[in-house]
Structure formats: C-alpha cells, structure tokens
Design a binder for this molecule. Structure first.
Ligand SMILES: NC(=O)c1ccc[n+]([C@@H]2O[C@H](COP(=O)([O-])OP(=O)(O)OC[C@H]3O[C@@H](n4cnc5c(N)ncnc54)[C@H](OP(=O)(O)O)[C@@H]3O)[C@@H](O)[C@H]2O)c1
Length: 275
C-alpha cells in the first residue's frame, strides 16, 4: 500500500481503527475522519506508535451534518491530490429516534446519506487516481426493504428497522454506483464485518451497549474484509459485490432489485440536493 492514500471514516474505535492500523502497517498514507478532535488526536498518536508510519492524518467531520461533510471533503482536496481508497466505515446503532444537524432521522443520515454524499464529493479525485476503490461497510442485518412511505420512521420508530434499512440502502447504492462507474477504473463493493465487540451500542445504551461490547469477535477479525477489499490484488477488477469473510456472498433478495436502487437513488439525490 506504499504511495496509496486511504480515507477512512470512523477510525477512532472498533473496526475502523483496526482497518486503519493494518493499512498503515502496509505503508498506506491514512487520512481518517473524527468528530471529536481530542479522541482523534489520541487515535492518531496510538496509530503512529503502533505502526511506525508517520503518514497518519485526521480531518474533522461530523457525518450527521451535510455542511461538515462538505467542509471535510473540501479540506481533503486542498491537502491531497489523490485518493486511492475511500472506506465509508462509520456507522451508528440506536433505539431512540434522533435527528441529524439537517433534521433528518439520524441512522438514515449517518449510515446511508453521509457515505452517499462523501463518495459523491470525492468521485472526481477517485477517478483521477484510478485504479481506485470504494468500500462501504454494511451489515448482515440488511434484510427487509426500503420504507419509502416513511423513510425516516416519523410515524413509528424502530432502531433495528432503521439500521437494517440504512445497510440495505448502502448495498443498493453500491450495486447501482458500480454500474455508473463502469469503465472509470473505480470499483465499489460492500463489506459485512460480522458480529464484533465494539462501541456500536454506545448511543442505544443499556443492554444493547453491553451486547455489542461483549458479543462477537475481536474487531481485528471484523476489519479483515475491509482490509482485503482495500489492498488485495485479487479484487482489483471486482465491483458491485457484497463481501463477508473476504469472499463474495449472496445478500438479501431486495439488495439485487435495481428498480428499488434507482428509486432510492432519486430519493437520496433530493435529500442531498444533488442534480
Ligand atoms: N460491531 C458489529 O458487530 C458490526 C456488525 C455489522 C456491521 N458493523 C458496521 O461496522 C461499522 C463500524 O462499526 P463499529 O462496530 O466499529 O462501531 P464503533 O466502535 O462504534 O465505531 C464507529 C465509528 O464511527 C464513528 N461515528 C459514528 N457517528 C459518527 C458521526 N456522526 N460523525 C463521525 N463519525 C461518527 C465513531 O466515532 P466516535 O468515536 O466519535 O463515536 C467511531 O469511530 C459500522 O458501519 C457498523 O454499522 C458493525
């Protein structure tokens, strides 16, 4: 990964931190986003000490704010003229309906709209840097459908349904984006990390927080699929696929529905005010 620039969201803990660590060990320049400068500085120091790679940098970004994402991408482009790997890793799990800075249901905004916007804003530099790769971290919990009648669950909120919808959305987005990017040298795939012991339950609190802290594998294992997609020559020409345990896997029936993907794409563009 020498001379490769990797931008990863949510590397201050869990799977993202492990992904950044290994890619830094492989020699990549790591740029990670953080919404908390103190936590970000601590992470940066830890990663530099652990990897002996000084090319680890952070950018401030709150993914629950379109303005913050736009500023972050602008700053990235002002500092770097190449981007070889974009890993949309950050995500949240919650039981309470909260809203992003833009007044949008927070799970939909953070897990789905944020990667859509970030990718869109960085596509020019990804194309310029091709061959380049986009990795969207999804979940095995993507079963269900897109609730177009009430995509923000304003009527009746369910954290699990909102999470599942956001992760299905990412797979649909990935499959459609892969088609749109054909011939550009930019690939895009999704990674399911499996169940990992992380801080993912922090917002939900209580039992959920405990379950995520205690159940599942070490995030080192969960990070393996993202690392593989970011660095392996075996996948250089593979795009639009869903990966788990470093292998292409079948995802839900709905996640192959290109009409659903087109409809969601149009809805997303309206939210993001894109042409
Ligand atoms: N853990 C699992 O079992 C599991 C299973 C399937 C999929 N996943 C997916 O794996 C990805 C990584 O999750 P994880 O388990 O490693 O969780 P985690 O330990 O909670 O890490 C999540 C990361 O996302 C960041 N983040 C959250 N909201 C943000 C926001 N609004 N703006 C900027 N950064 C934000 C967090 O930053 P802070 O440090 O500032 O909070 C943290 O760095 C997620 O997409 C998750 O859905 C996890």
């Amino acid at each position: 990964m020498k001379n490769k620039i990797v931008l990863i969201t949510g590397a201050t803990s869990g799977i993202g931190k492990e992904t950044a660590l290994v890619l830094a060990k492989l020699g990549a320049t790591i740029v990670f986003t953080t919404r908390d400068n103190l936590k970000g500085e601590k992470t940066k120091k830890e990663l530099i000490v652990a990897t002996n790679n000084k090319d680890i940098h952070m950018l401030k970004c709150n993914l629950a704010s379109f303005e913050s994402i736009k500023n972050c991408c602008k700053e990235f482009k002002s500092k770097y003229d190449k981007l070889h790997v974009l890993i949309n890793n950050a995500g949240i799990w919650d039981f309470k309906r909260r809203e992003s800075k833009d007044g949008i249901e927070n799970i939909f905004a953070t897990n789905y709209l944020a990667p859509f916007l970030m990718t869109n804003l960085l596509l020019d530099v990804l194309k310029k840097s091709s061959p380049s790769r986009i990795i969207n971290v999804t979940s095995g919990m993507h079963y269900g459908t897109i609730n177009f009648e009430d995509i923000e669950f304003k009527q009746k909120f369910s954290g699990a349904k909102a999470y599942r919808q956001s992760k299905l959305g990412l797979i649909l987005y990935t499959r459609l984006l892969a088609k749109k990017l054909e011939g550009t040298g930019v690939t895009v795939n999704t990674a399911h990390p499996g169940m990992n012991k992380t801080d993912l339950g922090r917002d939900a609190g209580g039992f959920s927080k405990m379950i995520f802290k205690m159940m599942g594998k070490d995030p080192k294992i969960g990070a393996e699929t993202s690392i593989y997609l970011a660095s392996s020559a075996e996948v250089k020409n593979i795009t639009g696929e869903y990966f788990a345990k470093k292998k292409i896997k079948k995802s839900s029936k709905e996640s192959y529905d290109m009409e659903l993907a087109e409809k969601l794409w149009d809805v997303s563009k309206k939210y993001l005010k894109l042409d």
